[in-house]
Design a protein around this ligand. Structure first.
Ligand code: AMP
Length: 325
C-alpha cells in the first residue's frame, strides 16, 4: 500500500466556487423517521460540503419563509449568501420524498418550484469571477443562464435528474455541451443516452463535450470515466443510514471542492481519484442524520480519517500465481 503522505501541507490560495441549484425546504420520510420541513436543496448540500475546501457562493432565489436560521446554517460554514435573492411575497422551493427499505430507491411526492418558476439569475461580479462553477440540479435553462455569465471559469461541472430528462431533455443536452464534467446517477445516465451500459452511456456523453463523467451509484459508490480510463470507488461502509437525501450533492461538493482547491493542477489522473475519495467521505457523513445536521457538525479531522479508511479498504496487493492451463 502507498505510504501515507507525511510531508508538509502545501500552502495554497483559497479558490472560489460558485454554485447554482435548488435552495429548498425538504419533507422527507425514511424507515427511520420523518421530517416535515428542513433546510435542503441541491445547492445547499453542495455548498456545505465544498466549504471545507474553498470560498463558496450560492446563487438562487428564496421566499419569505427562508429565515435567519437557514441563512445562519450556510454562514456558519462561511458560505457566501449575498447572491441568494429574496423574492418578496414568494415561497421557497419545496420537495417531498420518501424512501423504502432500499435506500437507493426513492419516490418523489411533490416538487414545488415556487420562486424558481420565474427566476432570472443575475450574478454579482464576485460570483461571475469564480474559478470553478457547479450547476447543481435545477431547470437546465437556468443552469445555462448561469454558465453563460461565468465565462472565465476554469472548470465547470453539472448535475441533473430524471425529471429534467423527462420534461426538458433538449435543453439539458444543450447545457451538457457547455460543461467539462457531468455527474449523474447511474440509471439517469442510461436514461439520458438510451445506452444500456455505463461505458457506452459515458462515451455518448463525452461525445457531447464533457471530458469527465461521474456516475453516482448510491450505496454502491461512484464511477469516474474519462478518456484516460475508469476508476470505481465504493461508498464508505456505514452501519446505519438515516436519510440519503442530498448524498449526491454532498458528494459533488467534496469532489468539485477538491478539484477547485488544486488550481495549478489539471483535473485529471490521480487528482480526480482523490477528489472521488473526498466526495465519498463527506457524503457518508451526510446520510448518517437527517438533512444537513451531520455536515454542520463535521470536522476536518473526521473527513481525513474517512479518506484514509477508504484508501485502506480499497487497496489490495497483487502477487504472482502460476495459473493452470
Ligand atoms: P440528492 O439526494 O443528492 O439527489 O438531492 C436531494 C436534494 O435535491 C433535495 O434537498 C431536494 O430539495 C433537491 N431536489 C429534489 N428535486 C429537485 C428538482 N426537481 N430540482 C432541483 N432540486 C431538487
Amino acid at each position: 500500500m502507498g505510504r501515507p503522505y507525511t510531508g508538509p501541507l502545501r500552502f495554497r490560495a483559497v479558490m472560489s466556487v460558485t454554485v447554482v441549484g435548488s435552495i429548498a425546504f425538504d419533507q422527507v420520510k425514511t424507515p427511520f423517521g420523518e421530517r416535515k420541513r428542513m433546510l435542503g436543496g441541491s445547492a445547499v448540500h453542495f455548498a456545505l460540503a465544498a466549504s471545507f475546501f474553498d470560498d463558496v457562493r450560492v446563487v438562487g432565489p428564496v421566499g419569505d419563509d427562508f429565515g435567519e436560521a437557514e441563512y445562519a446554517a450556510l454562514r456558519s460554514r462561511n458560505v457566501d449568501t449575498s447572491d441568494i435573492e429574496h423574492v418578496e411575497g414568494g415561497k421557497t422551493f419545496f420537495w417531498s420524498g420518501e424512501y423504502g427499505w432500499n435506500l437507493n430507491d426513492r419516490e418523489t411526492h411533490d416538487t414545488q418550484l415556487n420562486v424558481f418558476g420565474d427566476f432570472q439569475p443575475k450574478l454579482s461580479d464576485e460570483s461571475r469571477a469564480a474559478d470553478v462553477l457547479f450547476l447543481a440540479n435545477i431547470q437546465p435553462d437556468l443552469q445555462r443562464e448561469v454558465r453563460e455569465q461565468c465565462v472565465g471559469a476554469r472548470f465547470v461541472a453539472m448535475d441533473s435528474m430524471n425529471l429534467w430528462i423527462d420534461v426538458a431533455k433538449d435543453s439539458l443536452i444543450e447545457t451538457i455541451r457547455g460543461v467539462d464534467c457531468l455527474m449523474l446517477n447511474d440509471d439517469e445516465l442510461r436514461m439520458l443516452t438510451g445506452r444500456p451500459t455505463l461505458l457506452s452511456a459515458a462515451r455518448e456523453v463525452m461525445a457531447l463535450g464533457p471530458k469527465v463523467v461521474v456516475a453516482k451509484q448510491g450505496e454502491y459508490g461512484a464511477a469516474l470515466i474519462t478518456e484516460e480510463g475508469l476508476f470505481f470507488l465504493p461508498a464508505y461502509p456505514l452501519e446505519s443510514v438515516l436519510d440519503p437525501t442530498g448524498a449526491g450533492d454532498t458528494f459533488a461538493g467534496g469532489f468539485i471542492g477538491y478539484i477547485a482547491a488544486h488550481a495549478g493542477d489539471e483535473p485529471e489522473g490521480h487528482l480526480l481519484r482523490r477528489a472521488m475519495a473526498y466526495g465519498t467521505a463527506i457524503a457518508s457523513f451526510n446520510v448518517e442524520e437527517f438533512g444537513t445536521d451531520r455536515i454542520q457538525r463535521l470536522t476536518r479531522e473526521e473527513i481525513v480519517d474517512r479518506v484514509d479508511e477508504l484508501q485502506r479498504i480499497t487497496h489490495f496487493q497483487n502477487a504472482p500465481i502460476e495459473l493452470r492451463t
